[in-house]
Design a protein around this ligand. Structure first.
Ligand SMILES: NC(=O)CCC(=O)C(=O)O
Length: 276
Protein backbone atom coordinates (compact mmCIF):
# COMPACT_ATOMS: atom_id res chain seq x y z
CA UNK A 1 0.00 0.00 0.00
CA UNK A 2 2.14 2.84 -1.26
CA UNK A 3 -0.38 5.64 -1.55
CA UNK A 4 -2.29 7.54 1.09
CA UNK A 5 -4.16 10.81 1.38
CA UNK A 6 -3.29 13.37 4.04
CA UNK A 7 -5.73 16.14 4.92
CA UNK A 8 -3.97 19.37 5.89
CA UNK A 9 -6.51 21.12 8.14
CA UNK A 10 -5.65 24.81 8.44
CA UNK A 11 -8.13 25.72 11.14
CA UNK A 12 -9.08 29.00 12.78
CA UNK A 13 -8.30 28.83 16.50
CA UNK A 14 -11.13 30.22 18.65
CA UNK A 15 -10.70 31.38 22.23
CA UNK A 16 -13.24 28.71 23.22
CA UNK A 17 -11.53 25.32 23.63
CA UNK A 18 -14.82 23.40 23.29
CA UNK A 19 -15.64 25.14 20.02
CA UNK A 20 -12.21 24.21 18.62
CA UNK A 21 -12.76 20.57 19.55
CA UNK A 22 -16.29 20.49 18.09
CA UNK A 23 -15.02 21.95 14.85
CA UNK A 24 -12.15 19.49 14.66
CA UNK A 25 -14.55 16.57 15.09
CA UNK A 26 -16.73 17.84 12.22
CA UNK A 27 -13.70 18.30 9.99
CA UNK A 28 -12.45 14.77 10.63
CA UNK A 29 -15.84 13.44 9.60
CA UNK A 30 -15.86 15.59 6.45
CA UNK A 31 -12.37 14.72 5.20
CA UNK A 32 -12.80 11.04 5.97
CA UNK A 33 -15.92 11.06 3.78
CA UNK A 34 -13.75 12.67 1.09
CA UNK A 35 -11.26 9.80 1.25
CA UNK A 36 -8.51 11.12 3.52
CA UNK A 37 -6.49 8.49 5.41
CA UNK A 38 -4.78 10.87 7.85
CA UNK A 39 -6.20 14.13 9.24
CA UNK A 40 -3.54 16.57 10.43
CA UNK A 41 -4.28 19.57 12.67
CA UNK A 42 -2.04 22.57 13.43
CA UNK A 43 0.12 23.39 16.42
CA UNK A 44 -2.07 24.51 19.38
CA UNK A 45 -5.30 23.90 17.44
CA UNK A 46 -7.45 24.06 20.61
CA UNK A 47 -5.65 26.95 22.32
CA UNK A 48 -4.48 30.45 21.32
CA UNK A 49 -0.71 30.37 20.79
CA UNK A 50 0.07 32.57 23.77
CA UNK A 51 2.06 31.76 26.91
CA UNK A 52 -0.76 33.13 29.05
CA UNK A 53 -3.17 30.46 27.72
CA UNK A 54 -1.21 27.22 27.86
CA UNK A 55 -1.98 26.24 31.46
CA UNK A 56 -5.66 27.23 31.29
CA UNK A 57 -6.35 25.34 28.02
CA UNK A 58 -4.02 22.46 28.82
CA UNK A 59 -5.01 19.00 29.93
CA UNK A 60 -3.41 15.80 31.15
CA UNK A 61 -3.13 12.95 28.66
CA UNK A 62 -6.65 11.52 28.35
CA UNK A 63 -8.39 14.91 28.77
CA UNK A 64 -11.36 16.18 26.77
CA UNK A 65 -9.51 17.09 23.54
CA UNK A 66 -7.50 13.85 23.64
CA UNK A 67 -10.66 11.74 24.10
CA UNK A 68 -12.59 13.60 21.37
CA UNK A 69 -9.78 13.05 18.86
CA UNK A 70 -9.48 9.36 19.76
CA UNK A 71 -13.25 8.82 19.47
CA UNK A 72 -13.44 10.67 16.19
CA UNK A 73 -10.53 8.68 14.73
CA UNK A 74 -12.32 5.44 15.71
CA UNK A 75 -15.78 6.49 14.49
CA UNK A 76 -14.43 7.56 11.13
CA UNK A 77 -11.77 4.87 10.72
CA UNK A 78 -9.06 7.46 10.01
CA UNK A 79 -5.64 8.32 11.46
CA UNK A 80 -5.64 11.62 13.36
CA UNK A 81 -2.53 13.68 14.05
CA UNK A 82 -4.00 15.86 16.78
CA UNK A 83 -1.90 18.96 16.01
CA UNK A 84 -0.57 19.95 19.38
CA UNK A 85 -2.14 20.84 22.69
CA UNK A 86 -0.66 21.89 26.03
CA UNK A 87 -0.05 18.71 28.03
CA UNK A 88 -0.10 19.18 31.80
CA UNK A 89 2.19 16.97 33.86
CA UNK A 90 2.41 18.21 37.45
CA UNK A 91 4.04 21.65 37.33
CA UNK A 92 5.21 21.14 33.76
CA UNK A 93 3.55 21.93 30.44
CA UNK A 94 4.62 20.29 27.18
CA UNK A 95 3.63 21.24 23.62
CA UNK A 96 2.43 17.77 22.67
CA UNK A 97 1.18 16.07 19.53
CA UNK A 98 -0.77 12.80 19.80
CA UNK A 99 -1.44 10.41 16.92
CA UNK A 100 -4.45 8.06 16.90
CA UNK A 101 -4.89 5.11 14.57
CA UNK A 102 -8.08 4.02 12.80
CA UNK A 103 -9.25 2.29 16.00
CA UNK A 104 -8.73 5.42 18.06
CA UNK A 105 -5.66 3.97 19.81
CA UNK A 106 -2.87 6.40 20.63
CA UNK A 107 0.10 5.19 18.58
CA UNK A 108 2.50 8.11 19.02
CA UNK A 109 3.15 11.13 21.16
CA UNK A 110 5.72 13.83 20.46
CA UNK A 111 6.62 16.56 22.90
CA UNK A 112 8.15 19.52 21.05
CA UNK A 113 11.88 19.15 21.61
CA UNK A 114 13.19 22.56 20.63
CA UNK A 115 11.53 25.45 22.42
CA UNK A 116 10.78 28.53 20.34
CA UNK A 117 12.69 31.32 22.08
CA UNK A 118 13.45 34.06 19.60
CA UNK A 119 13.76 37.84 19.65
CA UNK A 120 14.12 39.38 16.21
CA UNK A 121 14.76 43.11 16.14
CA UNK A 122 11.69 44.86 14.75
CA UNK A 123 9.94 41.50 14.34
CA UNK A 124 8.73 38.44 16.17
CA UNK A 125 9.54 37.81 19.81
CA UNK A 126 8.36 34.71 21.67
CA UNK A 127 9.72 32.75 24.62
CA UNK A 128 8.12 29.33 24.95
CA UNK A 129 10.52 28.44 27.74
CA UNK A 130 8.68 30.95 29.97
CA UNK A 131 5.92 28.31 30.27
CA UNK A 132 6.85 25.12 28.38
CA UNK A 133 9.28 22.27 28.99
CA UNK A 134 11.08 20.47 26.14
CA UNK A 135 10.47 16.86 25.10
CA UNK A 136 13.37 14.39 24.90
CA UNK A 137 12.25 11.81 22.34
CA UNK A 138 12.56 11.36 18.59
CA UNK A 139 9.16 10.13 17.37
CA UNK A 140 8.47 7.79 14.44
CA UNK A 141 5.27 5.76 14.12
CA UNK A 142 4.12 2.90 11.93
CA UNK A 143 1.16 2.90 9.57
CA UNK A 144 0.12 0.42 6.89
CA UNK A 145 1.61 2.84 4.33
CA UNK A 146 5.02 3.66 5.77
CA UNK A 147 6.79 4.89 8.85
CA UNK A 148 6.07 8.54 9.60
CA UNK A 149 8.16 10.97 11.65
CA UNK A 150 6.48 13.51 13.90
CA UNK A 151 7.87 16.83 15.11
CA UNK A 152 6.51 20.25 16.06
CA UNK A 153 7.13 23.57 14.32
CA UNK A 154 10.50 24.98 15.48
CA UNK A 155 11.77 21.35 15.55
CA UNK A 156 11.97 21.55 11.75
CA UNK A 157 14.87 24.00 11.98
CA UNK A 158 17.13 21.27 13.38
CA UNK A 159 18.19 19.04 10.46
CA UNK A 160 19.62 16.39 12.79
CA UNK A 161 16.14 15.55 14.05
CA UNK A 162 14.67 14.94 10.58
CA UNK A 163 17.77 12.95 9.63
CA UNK A 164 17.37 10.76 12.72
CA UNK A 165 13.73 10.13 11.74
CA UNK A 166 14.78 9.20 8.19
CA UNK A 167 17.47 6.90 9.61
CA UNK A 168 14.72 5.22 11.66
CA UNK A 169 12.83 4.56 8.43
CA UNK A 170 10.48 7.53 8.10
CA UNK A 171 9.33 8.15 4.52
CA UNK A 172 7.15 11.11 5.49
CA UNK A 173 7.51 13.69 8.25
CA UNK A 174 4.48 15.48 9.66
CA UNK A 175 4.92 18.80 11.44
CA UNK A 176 2.08 20.68 13.08
CA UNK A 177 3.44 24.23 13.15
CA UNK A 178 2.69 27.92 13.53
CA UNK A 179 5.38 30.08 11.94
CA UNK A 180 4.78 33.83 12.14
CA UNK A 181 4.84 36.88 9.89
CA UNK A 182 8.57 37.56 10.42
CA UNK A 183 10.05 34.10 9.86
CA UNK A 184 7.22 32.52 7.84
CA UNK A 185 7.74 34.41 4.57
CA UNK A 186 11.52 33.98 4.89
CA UNK A 187 11.91 30.37 6.01
CA UNK A 188 8.73 28.24 6.12
CA UNK A 189 8.73 26.85 2.57
CA UNK A 190 12.52 26.67 2.51
CA UNK A 191 12.59 24.43 5.59
CA UNK A 192 9.91 22.06 4.32
CA UNK A 193 11.62 21.72 0.96
CA UNK A 194 15.08 21.39 2.49
CA UNK A 195 14.14 18.69 5.01
CA UNK A 196 12.26 16.83 2.25
CA UNK A 197 15.18 17.09 -0.16
CA UNK A 198 17.99 16.18 2.19
CA UNK A 199 16.18 13.18 3.67
CA UNK A 200 14.26 12.16 0.52
CA UNK A 201 10.96 12.12 2.40
CA UNK A 202 7.62 13.84 2.07
CA UNK A 203 7.21 16.71 4.51
CA UNK A 204 3.81 17.99 5.59
CA UNK A 205 3.39 21.18 7.60
CA UNK A 206 0.04 22.30 8.99
CA UNK A 207 -0.54 25.76 10.49
CA UNK A 208 -3.46 27.58 12.04
CA UNK A 209 -5.20 30.11 9.80
CA UNK A 210 -4.01 33.69 10.33
CA UNK A 211 -6.01 35.72 12.85
CA UNK A 212 -5.03 39.38 13.02
CA UNK A 213 -7.06 39.73 16.25
CA UNK A 214 -4.83 37.19 18.00
CA UNK A 215 -1.65 38.15 19.87
CA UNK A 216 0.43 35.88 17.57
CA UNK A 217 -0.06 36.12 13.82
CA UNK A 218 0.29 32.70 12.24
CA UNK A 219 1.79 32.60 8.76
CA UNK A 220 -0.64 29.90 7.59
CA UNK A 221 0.60 28.49 4.25
CA UNK A 222 0.17 24.82 5.21
CA UNK A 223 2.37 22.89 2.84
CA UNK A 224 3.47 19.50 1.51
CA UNK A 225 6.82 18.93 -0.22
CA UNK A 226 8.02 15.87 -2.14
CA UNK A 227 11.24 13.83 -1.74
CA UNK A 228 12.50 15.64 -4.86
CA UNK A 229 12.11 18.95 -3.03
CA UNK A 230 9.06 20.18 -4.94
CA UNK A 231 6.10 21.94 -3.36
CA UNK A 232 3.04 19.71 -3.89
CA UNK A 233 0.52 22.02 -2.29
CA UNK A 234 0.63 25.25 -0.38
CA UNK A 235 -2.31 27.13 1.09
CA UNK A 236 -2.69 30.85 1.69
CA UNK A 237 -3.37 32.37 5.12
CA UNK A 238 -7.09 31.61 5.27
CA UNK A 239 -9.00 28.82 6.96
CA UNK A 240 -9.50 25.75 4.78
CA UNK A 241 -8.05 22.37 3.96
CA UNK A 242 -6.27 20.44 1.25
CA UNK A 243 -6.22 16.68 0.73
CA UNK A 244 -2.82 15.68 -0.66
CA UNK A 245 -1.89 12.28 -2.06
CA UNK A 246 1.42 10.86 -0.82
CA UNK A 247 3.09 8.04 -2.79
CA UNK A 248 5.72 6.11 -0.87
CA UNK A 249 6.80 4.25 -4.05
CA UNK A 250 8.08 7.62 -5.21
CA UNK A 251 10.28 7.84 -2.09
CA UNK A 252 11.82 4.48 -3.02
CA UNK A 253 12.30 5.57 -6.66
CA UNK A 254 14.08 8.80 -5.66
CA UNK A 255 16.25 6.99 -3.09
CA UNK A 256 17.24 4.39 -5.72
CA UNK A 257 18.05 6.91 -8.40
CA UNK A 258 19.91 9.35 -6.14
CA UNK A 259 21.08 7.26 -3.17
CA UNK A 260 21.94 10.08 -0.78
CA UNK A 261 21.22 8.16 2.38
CA UNK A 262 23.49 5.31 1.24
CA UNK A 263 26.26 7.71 0.25
CA UNK A 264 26.64 9.11 3.76
CA UNK A 265 30.21 8.63 5.04
CA UNK A 266 29.45 6.72 8.22
CA UNK A 267 33.17 5.96 8.44
CA UNK A 268 33.94 9.69 8.76
CA UNK A 269 30.99 11.11 10.72
CA UNK A 270 28.02 9.83 12.67
CA UNK A 271 24.74 11.00 14.14
CA UNK A 272 23.52 9.19 17.23
CA UNK A 273 20.74 9.55 19.73
CA UNK A 274 21.80 9.94 23.33
CA UNK A 275 19.71 7.73 25.58
CA UNK A 276 19.54 9.28 29.02
N1 LIG B 1 5.63 27.83 17.12
C1 LIG B 1 6.85 27.80 16.67
O1 LIG B 1 7.66 26.94 16.99
C2 LIG B 1 7.20 28.89 15.71
C3 LIG B 1 8.47 28.61 14.96
C4 LIG B 1 8.82 29.72 14.04
O2 LIG B 1 8.03 30.59 13.76
C5 LIG B 1 10.16 29.71 13.48
O3 LIG B 1 10.50 30.69 12.82
O4 LIG B 1 10.91 28.76 13.67
Amino acid sequence: MGKFKAALLQTHVYSNKGKNIEKAVKLIEKVSREGADIAVFPEMFICPYDNSCFREYGEEEGGSAFMAMSKSARENGIYVVAGTMPELVGDKIYNTSYVFDRNGEKIAKHRKMHLFDIDIEGGQRFKESDTLSPGQEVTVFETEFCKIGLAVCYDIRFPELSRLMAMEGAEAIIIPGAFNMTTGPAHWELHFRARALDNQVYTIGVSPARDMEASYHSYGNSIAASPWGNVLCRMDEKEGYVIQEIDTDYVKKIRNELPLLKHRRADVYELTKINK
